[in-house]
Design a protein around this ligand. Structure first.
Ligand code: CMP
Length: 138
């Protein structure tokens, strides 16, 4: 069993896409084991994306991620990291496959509606960043 972190980003929440994303997750058989809505501070967004600190898009990304509330979820299942990344589609929506969340709703490489962990190590860090063990229904 594997776990991954999903975020519905401020563009997704602001455009009323929480239900749409959750519907796609549930219809695809993903098990949601934790969920909350939060408004990230600048420091918390910078800590979450620390791995991208040297990237040219870091400041823009962290200010976007603090521009409105986000919904964070932990998902569990076999091979869930890769399966959820497939459901999301490519980071750049221009490369995203038909039927994916980003193909349907992303408007920009940054405003790409959802985030998903990219490895088991990242997932452990990212889930722990938002949830304590009492908040995970596992
Ligand atoms: P995410 O999966 O949350 O991981 C890092 C985020 O940085 C990415 O989705 C995009 O929202 C954002 N981003 C902005 N510009 C770029 C870029 N050129 N390459 C990759 N990610 C980018």
């Amino acid at each position: 069993m594997e776990r991954t972190l999903s975020i519905i980003k401020p563009d997704g929440v602001g455009r009323g896409l929480i239900g749409e994303v959750v519907k796609r997750l549930e219809e695809s058989g993903f098990k949601i084991i934790a969920m909350k809505m939060i408004h990230l501070t600048q420091a918390r967004a910078e800590g979450f994306y620390a791995v991208h600190k040297e990237r040219p898009f870091f400041n823009s990304l962290t200010s976007f991620m603090t521009s409105g509330p986000v919904v964070v979820m932990a998902l569990e299942g076999e091979n869930v990291i890769e399966k959820y990344r497939t459901l999301m589609g490519a980071t750049n929506f221009k490369d995203a496959a038909e039927g994916t969340i980003r193909k349907a709703f992303a408007t920009d490489i940054e405003k790409n509606v959802v985030h998903g962990s990219d490895s088991p190590e990242t997932a452990a860090f990212e889930i722990g960043y938002f949830f304590n063990s009492f908040e995970i229904i596992g």
